[in-house]
Design a protein around this ligand. Structure first.
Ligand SMILES: *Cc1c(COP(=O)(O)O)cnc(C)c1O
Length: 666
């Protein structure tokens, strides 16, 4: 049992230390092993060579019975100047590193039941040039107790503090009101302050400590008023195990058995390139949550966009209504995608955007007076999603065709592109698909393919000339070309879109995954003016309209994500990651059991000769602090674009170790 609480004031000088010392006392009185930690103490006095905090007297006085040998030294950093920690540190020629500070706090808290972490000043006090006290709270990920002194202006300060804390995803455990001066003598005023905070802040006022001019009386009041608070503070029994059992017994995970699932690992939070597990272990993320989290997790710009939009409007139906987030996103997508894609359909997931693309192609042919053109042509080894239309064009063997053969329309399949990305183009690779087009184009509406990278169907990279060839074939046969850029879009391959490698534009294009930077589910289907006009000929309408179409939250966060991408140096960064992945995975090339190693952009693939045993491999990866999710014969990484060279190198080392030690076998 270990409970951390962060204690912050609404401002400096509100009696935060006094209240913390009181809490420490009542927790100790209740038989708990409690500790108060002060991460940063400014305004220290120099005394016989060491820095002594100004107010340990309060701790000492209130806790003498539990710490007869003096209160344990629980200050992490001490500085003489009585000013903000960032400045005090700077004046002392030091720098406060957040990670180090968190580490020191945890080290001090080792072995205690309850740890009270006392902030400095208010929540937005800077610790260094990047972080404030809120970042420290967020890092510690614990409930927050807010100390407010009862005076004019305290409602405002307290409510602002509550809002800031909640915006970081933290719980406010409650507010403790401490009257530091007799200034509010009027009981009605004082009571109203308390009521207003509880009401507007939707918080519990845990205690109200009245002013007493006599120190002894005041201390007595403090202990008396704080005593009942501990019932709220004693940490609840950890439900970690229970939740994992419920998860195992009741929740379906992707492609997983309901009765004998692979073990799921519980995540507490994510940050930057890291996934933080429930037990505090940090994993380097090599998956970007399946291509999505290109800017890493918890990017402040994306979080701000989400909060801002949530404050205005989370959702409103798109039928007959519109809003700026959707319009802005449409404008961005039209301008950043290849020329000609001028019409945007916002869908709620990649699979749905593929359904939309297929339906567009069908309606196009009907409106064009070619109602017999209903089939799709694709290549083997593709993946386009899990809904019915999308499934019908997934690889017929790896995919789910045998299970759903009665449900799925029968499509046309050419062999998977045999031309490697990194080898000279072999025109013969287009032979079979050309033959199929010659024989079947009269019944064909569209060709659908993932440009350059076949993702979930095998992580293979094919030659841009193949895509160029398909564009010409589609034109020659009057069929539409649908490019599924859901995995490849937004820089992943080293070009903004996969099709940019070939310099071709599709008639219909699907984007998703990284579109929202991994924050929300959103996808889009773009079509050329010609496709859109034809579909809408004779007053016809396009027959699709998801309930959550154009969701404002998803659009707002996508706009922010695309802004970030455009403003970042994503292309040099992806090229650098390509080099790092090459360095990291090259040593695997010659290891026994490895069939192929291939890298393109921020995608690194180690293909084994046989399927790997995922549970063991996953366990090994976690033990070595990386997160990869192999499937079939593939161990692969597609990290966030903010990953560092060292992190990529670590992923490579662990993968090589796993292969050398045969951690991939049963
Ligand atoms: C992931 C993916 C999809 C499906 O997207 P969802 O959001 O999972 O429905 C479709 N096509 C490709 C190429 C993908 O990688």
């Amino acid at each position: 049992m270990k409970g951390y609480y962060f204690i912050t004031g609404i401002d400096t000088g509100v009696g935060k230390t006094y209240v913390t010392a009181g809490l420490l006392r009542v927790l100790s009185d209740a038989g708990l092993k409690a500790l108060a930690v002060k991460p940063v103490q400014t305004g220290c006095k120099e005394k016989s060579g060491s820095l002594i905090p100004d107010d340990p007297v309060e701790y000492a006085r209130l806790n003498a019975s539990h710490f007869p040998n003096g209160y344990p030294d629980a200050c992490c950093r001490r500085f003489v100047p009585a000013c903000s920690p960032h400045l005090a540190a700077q004046m002392a020629g030091e720098h406060i590193h957040l990670d180090e500070l968190v580490h020191e706090i945890s080290a001090k808290g080792e072995g205690y039941d309850i740890v009270l972490v006392e902030g400095a000043g208010g929540v937005s006090v800077p610790l260094n040039d990047k972080h404030t006290m809120l970042d420290l709270m967020q890092r510690l990920d614990c409930p927050v107790i807010i100390v407010a002194d009862n005076k004019l202006g305290m409602i405002n300060h307290t409510l602002m503090t509550i809002e800031s804390v909640r915006n970081r995803g933290l719980d406010v455990a409650g507010v403790i009101i401490n009257s530091t001066t007799p200034c509010i003598e009027d009981a009605a005023l004082r009571d109203d302050n308390i009521a207003a905070i509880a009401h507007h802040g939707d918080v519990t006022v845990l205690a109200d400590i009245p002013f007493r001019s006599n120190q002894h009386e005041r201390d007595e009041q403090l202990i008396q008023r704080l005593s009942p608070v501990i019932d709220t503070l004693v940490p609840e029994v950890d439900s970690h195990e229970e939740n994992l059992i419920f998860d195992r017994d009741h929740l379906w995970h992707p492609y997983t058995s309901a009765v004998n699932p692979l073990p799921a690992v519980k995540v507490r939070s994510t940050r930057g390139t890291r996934i933080i597990l429930d037990d505090g272990r940090e994993l380097i993320d090599g998956m970007a949550s399946w291509w999505c989290a290109i800017h890493g997790y918890g990017h402040p710009v994306l979080e701000r966009a989400l909060h801002r939009q949530a404050g205005r409007m989370s959702h409103v139906m798109f039928g007959g209504l519109t809003h700026n987030p959707a319009v802005e996103l449409g404008r961005r997508l039209v301008s950043m995608t290849p020329d000609g894609l001028d019409h945007v359909f916002l869908a709620d997931s990649g699979s749905v955007s593929v359904e939309v693309a297929i339906k567009m192609a069908m309606q196009y042919m009907q409106a064009d007076g070619q109602p017999n053109r209903t089939r799709l042509l694709t290549v083997r080894g593709g993946y386009h999603g899990d809904t019915c239309g999308a499934m019908s064009v997934c690889d017929p063997e790896n995919g789910m065709h045998h299970l759903f053969s009665d449900l799925l329309p029968s499509q046309l399949f050419a062999p998977r592109p045999s031309c490697r990305f990194d080898a000279p183009f072999d025109p013969a690779s287009l032979q079979e698909i050309t033959r199929i087009l010659d024989a079947h184009s009269h019944e064909m509406a569209a060709i659908i393919i993932e440009p350059i990278v076949q993702g979930a169907g095998g992580m293979r990279f094919y030659h841009p000339d193949y895509l160029r060839g398909l564009r010409q074939l589609a034109d020659a046969h009057g069929v539409l070309l649908i490019l599924d850029e859901i995995a490849t879009g937004f820089g992943r391959t080293g070009k903004l879109f996969g099709c940019d490698w070939a310099g071709v534009a599709p008639d219909i294009m699907c984007v998703g995954k990284a579109l929202s930077g991994g924050m929300m589910t959103l996808a889009a289907t773009l079509a050329t003016r010609q496709v859109a006009r034809t579909v809408s000929k004779n007053g016809d309408v396009f027959m699709h309209g998801p309930t959550f179409m154009g969701n404002p939250l998803a659009c707002a966060v996508s706009n922010a994500s695309l802004d970030l991408l455009e403003q970042s140096d994503w292309q040099p960064k992806v090229h650098a990651i390509e080099t790092w992945l090459e360095e990291a995975f090259s040593p695997c090339r010659h290891l026994p059991g490895v069939n192929d190693v291939r890298i393109l952009g921020a995608i690194g693939v180690v293909e084994m000769s046989d399927p790997v045993y995922v549970p063991r491999l996953q366990k090994f990866f976690i033990e070595n602090n990386i997160w990869l999710r192999p499937f079939g014969k593939l161990i692969y990484a597609m990290p966030p674009y903010i990953i560092s060279r060292e992190e990529v190198a670590h992923i490579g080392e662990v993968v090589a170790q796993a292969i050398t030690q045969k951690q991939y076998t049963k």
